[in-house]
Design a protein around this ligand. Structure first.
Ligand SMILES: Nc1ncnc2c1ncn2[C@@H]1O[C@H](COP(=O)(O)OP(=O)(O)OP(=O)(O)O)[C@@H](O)[C@H]1O
Ligand SMILES: [Mg+2]
Length: 293
C-alpha cells in the first residue's frame, strides 16, 4: 500500500489499484509541511482521513544546497562557486552583493536555469532542477522565471508592446490575449502611452520598465534581476526600484544582483558573496524607494 502526494491530491494505492483519492484545496501547502504528527486512513464504504501536521506557511521558493560551479578554460579550471547554500522563501526580496568576479551572475544564471551547476542541488518551487534537456529547461524558465538585465535586452525592431508580448508567444498564448496582457503590464509600469514606440525612442528608465513588464507578462514565480539599475542614473534607479518594490509588495519573489549599497537597502535581505562563498546573509530594514522619488 502506498500513499502518494501530488500537487492537489492524496492518493492511496494498493498494487495497481487506486483505493482512494482525496483532494485538498490546500494541498499546495501540504507538500511543504514540515512535520507529520500522524496520518490515519481507513476505508470501507466511507472514507476517513485524519491528518495532523504542521504547515510551513512560507514555503521555500528556492532551495540551494552545496552548489559548485567551475569553468574550464583549456587546461585550467576556475572554481567559481565553492559550495553555496541558501534558501529563499516565497515573497522574499533578496539582493546579492559581492565584488566583480565573485560569482554573482554565475549563481543567478544557475538559478535562472540558463546554466547548470557541476554539483549540489537546486529545488525551485518544489521541483528539482537537474539534468534537464533544453526543451524542459526552456519550459521551466517560461513557467517559473522572469528576467531583468542591466542592458534591458529588448528587441530593437519591435515595439514596447511586442517586446512585452514576446514571452507569451513562446507560451503558446493566442495573439489577442497576448496583446491584452502586454497592454495590461505596460499600463502597470506606467507606459501605456509608449506601447507603439521602439526601444530606441525610450529613455533608459523606460526601457527597463518595458523589460520589467516583459518579465511580469508570463506571471513568473520568481523575478531574477542582474544589476537592473546598473545602467541608470540614481533618480531613474529609484523609480525602477519603486516599481520593483511594488511588485514584491504584491507577493512576487525577487532576487537581484547589485553593486550599489543604497539599492540593496531597498530589498529585504542582503546576501554577500566572496570568492564563490556566501560570507554574509542578513535581513535589512527596507528603505522605500518612494522616499527619494
Ligand atoms: N562562461 C564563462 N567561461 C569562463 N569563465 C567565466 C564564464 N563566466 C564567468 N566566468 C568567470 O567566472 C568568474 C565569476 O564570474 P561572474 O560573472 O559570476 O562574476 P560577477 O560576480 O557577476 O562579476 P561582475 O560583478 O563583474 O558582474 C569570473 O572570474 C569570470 O571571469
Ligand atoms: Mg555579473
Amino acid at each position: 500500500m502506498v500513499l502518494l502526494f501530488t500537487r492537489n491530491s492524496l492518493v492511496l494505492k494498493s498494487s495497481k489499484k487506486t483505493i482512494l483519492t482525496v483532494t485538498f484545496p490546500f494541498l499546495n501547502s501540504l507538500i511543504y509541511c514540515t512535520e507529520f504528527r500522524f496520518l490515519t486512513i481507513s476505508y470501507d464504504k466511507r472514507v476517513i482521513v485524519l491528518a495532523n501536521f504542521t504547515i510551513n506557511n512560507h514555503h521555500h521558493m528556492i532551495q540551494i544546497k552545496d552548489l559548485h560551479k567551475s569553468y574550464q578554460m583549456g587546461n585550467n579550471s576556475l572554481h567559481v562557486l565553492k559550495g553555496i547554500n541558501f534558501n529563499v522563501k516565497e515573497g522574499e526580496m533578496v539582493s546579492i552583493m559581492g565584488s566583480s568576479g565573485s560569482g554573482k551572475s554565475t549563481l543567478l544564471n544557475i538559478l535562472g536555469i540558463l546554466d547548470e551547476a557541476d554539483s549540489g542541488s537546486y529545488i525551485l518551487d518544489g521541483v528539482s532542477i537537474k539534468n534537464l534537456n533544453e526543451k524542459v529547461a526552456a519550459n521551466y524558465r517560461n513557467k517559473f522565471l522572469g528576467f531583468i538585465f542591466q542592458s534591458f535586452n529588448l528587441i530593437n525592431y519591435k515595439s514596447a508592446l511586442d517586446n512585452v508580448a514576446m514571452p507569451l508567444y513562446y507560451q503558446g498564448v493566442k495573439r489577442k490575449e497576448r496583446i491584452e496582457k502586454a497592454e495590461y503590464y505596460l499600463e502597470k509600469v506606467g507606459l501605456s502611452a509608449w506601447s507603439h514606440h521602439l526601444p530606441n525612442e525610450l529613455s533608459g528608465g523606460q526601457k527597463q520598465r518595458v523589460a520589467i513588464a516583459r518579465a511580469l507578462a508570463s506571471n513568473p514565480k520568481v523575478l531574477l534581476a542582474d544589476e537592473p539599475t546598473g545602467a541608470l542614473d540614481s533618480k531613474t534607479s529609484q523609480e525602477v526600484m519603486e516599481l520593483i518594490q511594488g511588485i514584491n509588495d504584491e507577493g512576487k519573489t525577487i532576487l537581484m544582483v547589485t553593486h550599489e549599497h543604497d539599492i540593496a537597502q531597498m530589498t529585504k535581505r542582503i546576501v554577500h558573496i566572496k570568492d564563490g562563498l556566501i560570507i554574509d546573509d542578513n535581513p535589512v530594514e527596507q528603505v522605500r524607494a518612494s522616499l527619494y522619488v
